[in-house]
Design a protein around this ligand. Sequence first.
Ligand SMILES: Cc1cc2nc3c(=O)[nH]c(=O)nc-3n(C[C@H](O)[C@H](O)[C@H](O)COP(=O)(O)O)c2cc1C
Ligand SMILES: CC(C)CC(=O)C(=O)O
Length: 346
Amino acid sequence: MTSTLPLTLPEFAERAAEVLPDGVLRYFAGAAGDEITLADNVVAWQRLALRQRVLVDVSKRDLSVEILGVRRPHPVIMAPMAWQTLANPGGEIAAAQGIGAAGGIYTMSCWASQHADDVAAQAADTTRWMHIHIFPDRDITQRLVDRAVRGGFEALVLTADQPVAGRRDRSMRAQFARPGSPNLADLAPGSLEPAQTWEDVAELVTSSPLPVIVKGLLEPGDAELAIQAGAAGIVVSNHGARQLDTVLSTASALPAVVEQVAGRVDVLVDGGIRRGSDIVKALALGADAVLIGRPLLWGLAVGGADGVRHSVELYLKELDIALAVLGVTSAAELEPSIVLPAPWSA
Ligand SMILES: Cc1cc2nc3c(=O)[nH]c(=O)nc-3n(C[C@H](O)[C@H](O)[C@H](O)COP(=O)(O)O)c2cc1C
Ligand SMILES: CC(C)CC(=O)C(=O)O
C-alpha cells in the first residue's frame, strides 16, 4: 500500500469505512443493542477536562510505563479482536508486525483468522499476549495455553465478560463470510462457557506458567475477586460495548476499580480511547496502560502493518504533545489531579 496514509486518527476511521465491505464494517464498528454504551465509551473520556501547567521544562519527555513489571516504551497495547483477515489479507500477522514496529504489545484473539504458530513465527520480534477463554472443554483452554507458551507469548488475556455472545443489532444482518478461526480449527470447535466462574480463573492461574490478565471487569468487587484468584492484571473493559448495552462506560468505571486494586496488580483499560489525550486521562485516573481496539483495525484495513504502525504513532505523537503542553514530563507519573469533570459536560 503506497498511497499516503491519513494524517489524523479520525481520518483513519473515515478511510476504513470507505474500504471495508458494509457487512464487515458493521461487525467491526457495531455493538450491543442501541449502542448507548458504545457512544458513551468515547464521550466519557471527552467529559473529562485537563488541567495544564505552564513554564515547566518539558524538553525531555518519557512515555514509558511499567507493564507486568517490565518497562515498555509506551502504554499502547492492541486489544484482542477476532478475524483480522477481514480487515486486511495480512491479518493478525500484519497487525502484530505493525504494532511491534511501533513498540506496542499485540494481543492475539483466540478467534484469530491465522494460526498462533504463524503469528509467533512471523512477528517474532513483537511482544505478544494470547487471548483465551475458559471453554466448556477445558482441554481446549489448556491446549491454547500450551500453544501460547510454545510461541513465546508472554501473558494470557482471559475474557471474563462473555458467558454468552452479546446481541448486536447492527451486525445481526451483516453479510460476510466468516473466515473461521484457523487458530481453533485444529482443536475442537470452540464455544462459549456460561458456567465459568472465579474457580476456573484460579485453576488457570495455578496451572499456567504465564501471567493471567482478566479482561472485562467494571466492578471493584470483581477486581478484588480477580486478585484473590491470582490474576497478574485486569482490564477494565465492557468488550467495546459489544456485550450488553447501557453497562457503564469504562472511563466511568475505572476510578472505583483503581481505588479497590490499590496498586496490587496492573490495571489496564479499554473502550473509546480515540486520542492521545484519552490515554493521558486513563493513566491519570490510575491505569497502567491502555488497550486500543477498533482504531487499530481501521489502521489495518487502510494500510496493513504500516497502517497499524502509523495509527499507533499518531496516538503517541498526540500523547507526547499532550504531556508537553500539560507541563508533565513522564506518562507514568500522571496524577489524578490533572483531570476534572469538564464544564461542557455539566
Ligand atoms: C471486531 C472486534 C472483535 C473483538 N473480538 C474480541 C475477542 O475476540 N475477545 C475479546 O476479549 N474482546 C474482543 N473485542 C473487544 C476488544 O478487545 C476491546 O475490548 C474493545 O474493542 C475496546 O474498545 P474500542 O474498540 O472502543 O477501543 C473485539 C472488538 C471488536 C471491535
Ligand atoms: C468471535 C467473537 C466471540 C469475537 C468477539 O468477542 C467479538 O466480536 O466481540
